[in-house]
Design a protein around this ligand. Structure first.
Ligand code: SF4
Length: 470
């Protein structure tokens, strides 16, 4: 949730169950484990083999679903979604899964990611007479599938997937089948597991642990899984190419107890902290991390530097969506809602403050100020990822370039603006080595486009950053 103040937001999490009598309840708990990927809305669609049922709403999982509602969502299979709404598309109709009903049956879709050619496809569909009801990319895919209805459904889905470009992890469900697809570069995480005889699909493996499921494998880039009462069938809709999983999943988005491509997120973050200590050492008394996502990197920095790790910053965990936020005036008088500095730890000390990333710089400035007001003698900021200089087109709201502090300022200028005594970032090589540890193969090597500007897919002239969508 710190992303809300940092200006760095994930766009969604998806979870699916096939073959369990309590599929809606399992999906509820799975989505709860994925809540950090989106807090603006959630939905679940179930099937009992004959009918698709939907419940969705604005807010956190526990705000959207009551026990009675879950009981009404009977069925042996479900797909669910948690979302972070980008500017202009926070309407109820955009909350997923989207459900379309027709004479031939229903179709439910849940999507994590962002399509780079969505606008071109929307224009084309509208020119051919389709009426789009939402501003979400997901509906485009539903229309593409419907347009290919002369084909068997599986082929229609493959046809639609071959037309879309960008980042997508998709769950599509009909009354009697679930389809699971990962984009040809596997930009977003998506894994398959099982719970007894039931199949479970999740954006992150932490949700498997929560529902007691066992992890089986990643969904391969360009793979389409078809899950039914007959079992699981795997097909390919694109030739294998190198996976470019989003590096920010390791840096910031995923939960530390998740594994991405077999690598634990907490352990990867610790290695980032260790590399950072080697690349940017400093004489100091204590190391502290910005909770929650920077704690692992701060521990790594402390271990490698020999400077003790201390809890210099505390996060208030109980600030909910509906909590009345203090006015600007009260904030200026010192009412702090999300983070507090621990005076007893930082007073009179030279503090290394480790954070996972800097987006606009406003959060870093606020935390440095907070540490100094609590008596820190010096604050040395160490960032466990490279400077974010480019927007993301793949479903992460990293703000547009105009708002990215590192796109418009040198490191010295940022240091001055945030009021730090020194500032250093992890190098691109350091980040890559921390994640992949020298493994180079078809399956490894991540997207680093927001740091390097090297986008792994074509970016279309009319590609819009999700933040700019209306
Ligand atoms: S551009 Fe950055 S945030 Fe976007 S997918 Fe690539 S690494 Fe992730």
């Amino acid at each position: 949730m710190l992303g809300e103040i940092k200006g760095l937001n994930e766009e969604c999490g998806i979870f699916g169950v096939w073959g369990h009598q309590d599929s809606a309840q399992l999906t509820y708990y799975g989505l709860h484990a994925l809540q950090h990927r989106g807090q603006e809305g959630a939905g679940i669609v179930t099937t009992d083999g004959e009918q698709l049922k939907l419940a969705k709403g604005h807010g956190l999982i526990n705000e959207v679903f009551s026990e009675n509602q879950l009981d009404d969502l009977s069925g042996h299979a479900s797909i669910g979604h948690v979302r972070y709404a980008t500017a202009g598309d926070g309407g109820y109709e955009n909350i997923q899964p989207l459900l379309f009903r027709s004479q031939t049956g229903g179709l439910a879709l849940a999507h994590n990611g962002n399509l780079v050619n969505a606008q071109a496809l929307k224009n084309q569909l509208e020119a051919q007479g389709s009426i789009l009801q939402t501003t979400s990319d997901t509906e485009v895919v539903a229309h593409l599938i419907k347009r290919a209805r002369h084909l068997p459904l599986e082929q229609a889905i493959m046809e639609a997937l071959s037309m879309i470009k960008g980042a997508y992890a998709f769950l599509v469900m009909t009354e009697d089948r679930m389809f699971v697809a990962n984009d040809p570069r596997g930009l977003r995480p998506l894994s398959l597991g099982h719970l007894g005889e039931s199949w479970i699909v999740s954006s992150e493996t932490c949700a498997f642990d929560v529902v007691g499921a066992e992890y089986d494998r990643e969904i391969d880039p360009g793979e389409l899984l078809i899950i039914s009462d007959e079992g699981v069938e795997s097909k390919r809709f694109s030739a294998p190419i190198q996976r470019t999983l989003c590096s920010m999943e390791y840096v910031y988005f995923s939960r530390p107890d998740s594994n991405l491509d077999g690598k634990n997120v907490h352990a990867s973050r610790k290695r980032m902290g260790k590399s950072l200590a080697e690349e940017a050492p400093i004489d100091a008394d204590v190391v502290t991390g910005v909770p929650d996502s920077s704690i692992s990197a701060a521990i790594g920095y402390a271990e490698a530097s020999g400077i003790p790790y201390e809890l210099g910053l505390i996060k208030n965990r109980y600030v909910g969506r509906t909590f009345i936020q203090p006015s600007q005036e009260l904030r200026e008088q010192g009412v702090k809602m999300k983070l507090s500095a621990v005076r007893g730890i930082v007073e009179g000390k030279r503090v290394v403050m480790v954070d996972d990333s800097i987006v606009r710089g406003t959060t870093s400035r606020r935390i440095v100020k907070m540490l100094k007001e609590a008596g820190a003698k010096e604050v040395h900021v160490r960032i466990a990822s490279p400077p974010i200089k480019n927007p993301c087109y793949y479903g992460i709201d990293t703000s547009n370039s105009g708002e990215l502090i590192a796109a418009n300022n040198s490191i010295e200028e940022i240091e001055e603006q945030i009021g730090a005594d020194s500032l250093a970032f992890l190098s691109v090589q350091g980040l890559n080595d921390s994640i992949y540890q020298g493994e180079e193969s078809l399956r490894h090597g991540g997207c680093m486009a927001c740091f390097t500007g090297n986008y792994p897919t074509e970016i279309y002239p009319n590609t819009m950053h999700p933040y700019e969508k209306a």
